[in-house]
Design a protein around this ligand. Structure first.
Ligand SMILES: [Zn+2]
Length: 127
């Protein structure tokens, strides 16, 4: 993800006939509001991914070494940097971050290859 090596629809649209729009968003909105699937959209801006990330801080707060401390914040920087400054307070932060990013990637691949559509809650529960 940090190297932008994910085959997003925007990149694949360099090939004729492949649309740049986000496939998970496709059936959720009308065609005039379609988002191009950039790397930022793929892992952060897509509505179902936002739903997933919105549930992560509460979970991390529950498992961290100081559960009564300040509430974790997950923003784009934290997604890219592996929970950023919070990582040192989260047990196995690298593993949890890697699994979170993997679940997003896996859900997108399942939609592309199998037509299986997972919403943000299903992605979170599978995490
Ligand atoms: Zn999307």
């Amino acid at each position: 993800m940090a190297h932008a090596a994910v085959p997003t629809a925007s990149k694949l649209a360099l090939y004729p006939g492949l649309p740049p729009e986000c496939k998970p968003c496709y059936n959720l909105s009308n065609s005039q509001n379609m988002s191009h699937e950039t790397i930022v959209h793929y892992f952060w801006l897509c509505p179902r991914v936002q739903y997933f990330w919105q549930r992560v801080p509460c979970f991390l707060q529950g498992i961290c070494n100081a559960p009564s401390g300040p509430v974790f914040k997950v923003d784009l920087r934290a997604v890219i940097t592996g929970f950023g400054a919070w990582a040192c307070k989260i047990p196995n932060a690298d593993v949890l971050h890697g699994l979170a990013v993997w679940k997003i990637f896996r859900a997108r691949a399942e939609l592309s290859q199998d037509g299986k559509r997972l919403d943000g809650l299903a992605m979170f529960l599978r995490w």
